[in-house]
Structure formats: structure tokens, C-alpha cells
Design a protein around this ligand. Structure first.
Ligand code: MAN
Length: 528
């Protein structure tokens, strides 16, 4: 809105009259908008020095509706400085500092109406009534804190007892641990000693086993050579000890992709860059490529998907290919352990194992039994040490937690409280985690694990932060802040989700009823 010049001038004069020369009604004269505590800084007999100390101005410049000080301190009673503050005395209620911009803006901000002295707005003085209500509320809070503080003292006592108990447990566990470590070490050296004897006694058996293994490997190698040569001779139709392309073209077994032809690609696969292979090359190079195909055909080799496809195609091709295969392969009748059905294999293995357990002579068996028992005892001793260490860690973690200045929150550790709304059941397990479970089923969703106290510096223990919950869809991890208030009962009062995946819990407990805390004090004002 645009004011005409004379209106502006009139307004300024009006403000000066009302702001500078009209002192508030109080014992101590002071310019408008100034609190009792700051009154000495505004002395009409001296120049005024801005609070930031930058400049001094004649006292007549104070509240002249022109902003001289950078910090706005020369205009406590007008809206001239953007960064200034107006002090409402609010006799009968609480004094209040409001931003200068709200002075004479047509809105009653102070309950005594003192901020609207020149706007034409009539503000009723509601301070008495508001003050009465505020005092009653403060009284109620004070009584709540008083009653709660007894319960709080009990919690403090229990909390300290719990911590002392944990400290004792820790001491005991440290002792148990050193004993358990000693036992473990003894069991370990006994185990090593008996294992050395066992090894010594088993040496002869192991050597025999090794020899047996080598013998078997050699036999298998020879069998493989024999088998490969049998196949070589079968495909070497003219018996000139050389397998040529012509010869493999007519043997369907070389038709790797089962398309009815042994084509150039398949020849290259088996022969490499040569036109033919001799016996040695067949045994060392061709046979290892051919054998798996024969095994697949016999169902002894689990084909991969590609091979499965080949097999299916093969079935679709009908019996013709199978007949041709049989004509040349003829290995169906051969006695090979690879031909054994699966369960017969298992039986053999079991028999072998059974034999293994009974192969030692009496003395060796005794040493094996002793070593086995020593291993068991050592494993048990190791487990005991690990269990004690885990308990130590758990107690240490608890002892490291900040349970409040007087341990008032210690007994709540691990205790859980639930809250239900229309959709979810929320659970707070104090100093542990927060969860959410939909009433329509589904898994529990982690809304955060115990992180830290997050209240403001002067009231650190008023907020708990639980962080690193389950990641939000396309977003950060869920987290929860628990706002703690004094209450005679420990319970979850409400749960909301002010921002997506950020949860806010209201939690009351006597642990928060600290009478020495500012919010517990019955407010007292110097200007009531
Ligand atoms: C679930 C709940 C809600 C949350 C959404 C986010 O439905 O955990 O609280 O807002 O996931 O996708």
C-alpha cells in the first residue's frame, strides 16, 4: 500500500511521541520495548551505545523510527530495524520478546497488547487470564515432577545397582575367561600331543592308502587308455592306425550337435587343424573330448541346458541316430563303474566308509579314539571361551551405554513397549531397537537401532535417536526419534511419521522427572 508523504510524516511524529517519550508504566522508567534487565543500558542522560558496541548515538535517536544500530538495539519499540526485538512486559503472565516486525502490524502478539500501541488495533489485555492458566499448568507440572521424582529416585537406585552388578559380573567373567583360556590351552596341548601319536600310528595306514590311491589312479588311467583304444579301433574302419575325416564322418558319435551330419566344425573340434589323428593323439586329445559325449548319452553325465536341448532334439530325431550310435559305440555292455546306477554307487561308498572305520589295529584305534576325544574336549573348551567372551562383550557394551547422568535410564535397557494405531503395531525396545508391524501381516520392519541421545545441549536426555533401520523404498534408512517426557507411568504415548520413514515417538517415564530440570520449575517472573 502506498502512503502519502504527509501521512508518513504524521506517522513518524506519532511514533516518536509514543515510543521515545512514552515510558512504560513500571517502577523503572525505560523506553518502549525494553526489558527490565536491559533498562540500565538506555539512560536518557547519556548517549546510547548500540549493543554491538559499533556506534554511539544521541539518546534522542532511540525509538525515533529510524534504524541506526546494525544490531537493531536503538529501536526496541518500533519496527524500524529488521533484526530488532520488542519486549512485552506482559504483567500477570510471562514476558515475551517478539521480532520488531510484529510491532504495530495489526496483530496482537503481546498479551498486554503493548505491541500494537499505534496501529489502531485494540488489543485486550489477556495476561491475567493466561497467567492464571499458565501458573495452574506450571503447578500441575511441578506436582507431576515432584511425584515422579520419587519414582525416579527408585529408578536411579536400581540403575546404579544394575550397573554395579554388571561391573561385578564383568569381573567374574574376566576371571572365568582366564580359567577357561587356561583349560583351552591345556586341552590344546593334550590334543596336539595325542594327534602327534595318532599321526605317527596312522602314517603306515596313510602310506598304504596313498599307494592304493596311486594304484587305483594308474588302473583308471590304463582303463581309460584301453577304453579309448577300443573306441579308436572301432572308428578306424580300415585298421591303418590312423583315424581320418572320412572315418569319423560316418560315426554318428562325432556328430556333437546331433544334426545328422559330422560337419567341418565338429571335425575341427575333434581333430584341431589336422586331417587325421594317430592313436596317441586320439588317446591324449580326442578321447577327452569324446568321452563326455558318450557319458551324456549313457546318462552318466549331467548335461547342461545346452546339452539337454541336444538330447531332446536327439529324441525327436527318432531311433535312427540311436541305432547308428549303437552300431559303432557298443560300449553299453562294457563293465565300467561309471555304468553303475546312482544308488549302487552310494552303497559302495557306504561300504568303503564302514571298512575305513574298522581298518586299524587295536593300538592304532585306541590312539585314534584318544585323539578324537581330545579334539572334542578342545572344541568344547574353545566354545566355552567364546561364550564367555560374548558375555563380556555384551556387558561391556551395556556399561558403555549412557544411561543418563544418574543412571536413571539403566533399568529400561532391553524393556519393550508397544503402541498400536489403525495400521501398525509399533514396538520400542529401549536402548535396542524400534520396529513396526503391519496389522495386515508381513514381516516386522526395523525403524532404527539404538544410536545416541539427541536432545538439545541443555536437555540432552530428552530425545533418543534410533537410526539405520530398514531402507525406505527409494530412500534413506528408516529412523526414529523418541521424545521423552516426565510421567508417573513408563509408556509409549504416541507414534507418528511426520516425514516418510522418519518416525516420532512420545514416551513418558518417571526417569525424566528431574526436579532440577528447567521445565520442572514453577516459572517465576521478575515482572509479574
Ligand atoms: C511401509 C511403512 C510406512 C512407510 C512406507 C514407505 O509401508 O514402513 O511407515 O512410510 O513403508 O514406503
Amino acid at each position: 500500500m502506498i502512503y502519502s508523504t504527509w501521512i508518513n510524516q504524521f506517522h513518524s511524529v506519532f511514533l516518536i511521541v509514543f515510543s521515545l517519550f512514552t515510558y512504560v508504566q513500571s517502577d523503572v522508567p525505560r523506553p518502549r520495548g525494553v526489558s527490565l534487565s536491559k533498562a540500565p543500558l538506555y539512560s536518557p542522560t547519556k548517549d546510547f551505545t548500540c549493543f554491538d558496541g559499533t556506534i554511539s548515538i544521541p539518546f534522542s535517536y532511540v525509538n525515533d523510527d529510524y534504524c541506526d544500530c546494525f544490531d537493531g538495539s536503538d529501536e526496541p519499540g518500533t519496527s524500524a530495524c529488521l533484526n530488532g526485538f520488542f519486549h512485552c512486559t506482559n504483567a500477570g503472565h510471562r514476558p515475551l520478546n517478539i521480532p520488531s516486525s510484529r510491532v504495530n502490524d495489526g496483530v496482537c502478539d503481546c498479551c498486554d497488547g503493548s505491541d500494537e500501541y499505534a496501529s489502531g488495533e485494540t488489543c485486550a489485555n489477556t495476561c491475567e487470564e493466561l497467567g492464571r492458566e499458565a501458573r495452574a499448568e506450571a503447578q500441575r507440572v511441578a506436582e507431576l515432577y515432584k511425584a515422579g521424582s520419587h519414582l525416579r529416585s527408585e529408578l536411579i537406585e536400581k540403575g546404579n545397582a544394575k550397573r554395579n552388578e554388571m561391573a561385578e559380573q564383568l569381573q567374574q567373567l574376566e576371571k572365568d575367561k582366564s580359567e577357561a583360556v587356561q583349560i583351552k590351552d591345556e586341552k590344546e596341548s593334550l590334543k596336539n600331543e595325542l594327534e602327534a601319536k595318532e599321526n605317527e600310528a596312522l602314517k603306515v595306514y596313510r602310506e598304504a592308502e596313498e599307494q592304493e590311491r596311486q594304484k587305483k589312479a594308474e588302473e583308471e588311467k590304463q582303463n581309460s587308455i584301453r577304453e579309448s583304444l577300443e573306441h579308436f579301433n572301432r572308428y578306424d574302419v580300415n585298421h591303418d592306425d590312423v583315424l581320418t575325416m572320412d572315418e569319423i564322418i560316418i560315426a554318428r558319435v562325432f556328430d556333437k550337435d546331433q544334426d545328422g551330419n559330422v560337419d567341418a566344425e565338429e571335425i575341427k573340434y575333434f581333430f584341431g587343424d589336422s586331417d587325421s589323428v594317430d592313436k596317441d593323439t586320439f588317446v591324449s586329445t580326442t578321447w577327452p573330448l569324446l568321452k563326455p559325449l558318450l557319458m551324456v548319452k549313457d546318462g552318466l553325465f549331467k548335461p547342461n541346458e545346452e546339452q539337454e536341448d541336444i538330447e531332446q532334439e536327439q529324441e525327436a530325431d527318432g531311433d535312427e541316430a540311436g541305432d547308428l550310435d549303437n552300431e559303432y559305440a557298443g560300449h553299453d555292455d562294457e563293465a565300467s563303474d561309471l555304468d553303475l546306477p546312482q544308488d549302487e554307487h552310494e552303497e559302495q561308498e557306504q561300504e568303503a566308509e564302514a571298512e575305513q572305520t574298522n581298518v586299524y589295529d587295536e593300538e592304532t584305534q585306541r590312539l585314534v579314539n584318544e585323539a578324537t576325544e581330545a579334539r572334542r574336549l578342545h572344541t568344547d573348551a574353545e566354545r566355552t571361551v567364546r561364550e564367555i567372551e560374548a558375555n563380556i562383550r555384551k556387558i561391556q557394551q551395556s556399561l558403555e551405554k549412557d544411561y543418563g547422568l544418574q543412571q536413571e535410564y539403566a533399568t529400561l535397557d532391553g524393556e519393550c513397549w508397544e503402541y498400536e494405531d489403525k495400521e501398525y503395531v509399533y514396538k520400542l525396545c529401549v536402548f535396542q531397537k524400534v520396529t513396526q508391524k503391519s496389522k495386515n501381516g508381513g514381516a516386522e520392519v526395523g525403524l532404527g537401532n539404538w544410536g545416541e541421545w539427541g536432545g538439545p545441549d541443555h536437555n540432552k536426555y530428552s530425545i533418543m535417536k534410533y537410526t539405520n533401520g530398514i531402507a525406505c523404498w527409494n530412500g534413506p534408512s528408516r529412523m526414529t526419534t523418541v521424545h521423552i517426557s516426565c510421567g508417573l507411568e513408563t509408556k509409549l504415548l504416541s507414534v507418528t511419521e511426520p516425514y516418510r520413514c522418519e518416525y516420532k515417538m512420545e514416551f513418558s517415564t518417571p526417569a525424566a522427572c528431574d526436579e532440577s530440570h528447567p521445565t520442572a520449575q514453577h516459572s517465576s517472573h521478575d515482572e509479574l
